[in-house]
Design a protein around this ligand. Structure first.
Ligand code: BT5
Length: 266
């Protein structure tokens, strides 16, 4: 059986709804995020999952390119209509990063970590990136599409990214994609349910324990300035709270900046 096929991973689901209906699986898609955003606007699908072997126009944040060649990873997106005020939807990124980190940890035993805001890293290299996009239907109903790209085979990323990227296969015999997909969806539904009823505090302890950003000295690089400080926490709008040397706490917004450990990428 094909490992991306719902017949392979649906039996492993523990979700109430997520992944059970509305699955779009094709060999080639432009971008699973784009496909689900288009589907969401019509309002036809409540929750849905899109996945493919390869993306021809895989995207990162700020229209950066996401390398997603044939058969080399899990390239998937999930459509959700969360009961959250729009300003709190960035928490869904935390849910996805947490769910993917837990899925990788449990299936490989590797020490996967969350790098704020949207990366999963292994030994200092990015193994997964998360892309959250929100929109509204013509009737004004909000939706979010949360995409994740997980590198499994060596060919998942181009050689010029070797310094920053990694794939599971480089570190262990990779688990089956069906197991990774199911574990991710199981964790994602649980985390989204938790933040919907309890806010970020409902996942904070787990998130903090798996974060490689919180508690660390970080360097914040924005077009306007660079500063260093200690990453204290994140808030429900997705911002990172950084205490600078003069004792002030600054809110750092994803998108404006890149955050590095003072020693390098992580
Ligand atoms: C991200 O953006 O990390 C979000 C990536 C989301 C990809 C998924 S795949 C399924 C869904 N459909 C899509 O079209 N997208 C989502 P950002 O933080 O902006 O990082 C982008 C940067 O990561 C690029 O500029 C490269 O430097 C690097 N990169 C590109 N491909 C990579 C890969 N396969 N592995 C690691 N790094 C990569």
């Amino acid at each position: 059986m094909h490992d991306l096929s719902p017949a392979a991973w649906q039996p492993l689901l523990t979700t109430r709804r997520l992944g059970r209906t509305g699955v779009i699986l094709q060999h080639t898609l432009t971008s699973t995020n784009t496909v689900l955003k288009d589907a969401a606007r019509t309002g036809a699908l409540a929750e849905a999952v899109a996945l493919c072997e390869q993306q021809t126009a895989g995207r990162g944040r700020l229209d950066r390119t996401w390398s997603s060649p044939e058969g080399q990873g899990v390239w998937m997106s999930v459509l959700l209509r969360p009961q959250l005020p729009p300003e709190k939807t960035p928490m869904i990124t935390f849910c996805a990063a947490l769910a993917m980190t837990k899925a990788v940890r449990s299936l490989t035993g590797l020490d996967a970590r969350i790098k704020w805001p949207n990366d999963v890293v292994l030994s200092g290299h990015k193994v997964c990136g998360v892309l959250l996009e929100a929109g509204f239907t013509p009737e004004g109903q909000m939706f979010v599409v949360i995409g994740s790209g997980l590198n499994i085979r060596r060919g998942a990323y181009p050689p010029e990214l070797t310094e920053r990227a990694v794939s599971l296969e480089e570190l262990c015999p990779p688990p089956g994609r069906e197991a990774l997909i199911a574990a991710y969806l199981n964790g994602l539904e649980a985390a989204v349910d938790a933040v919907t009823s309890g806010g970020f505090t409902a996942i904070e302890e787990e998130y903090r324990a798996l974060s490689c950003t919180l508690g660390r000295e970080v360097q914040v690089l924005s077009p306007a300035e660079t500063f260093t400080g200690t990453a204290l926490s994140v808030d429900e709008t997705g911002a990172l709270l950084v205490r600078t040397e003069d004792g002030a706490t600054r809110r750092v917004l994803a998108g404006d900046v890149s955050v590095r450990g003072v020693m390098g990428y992580v």
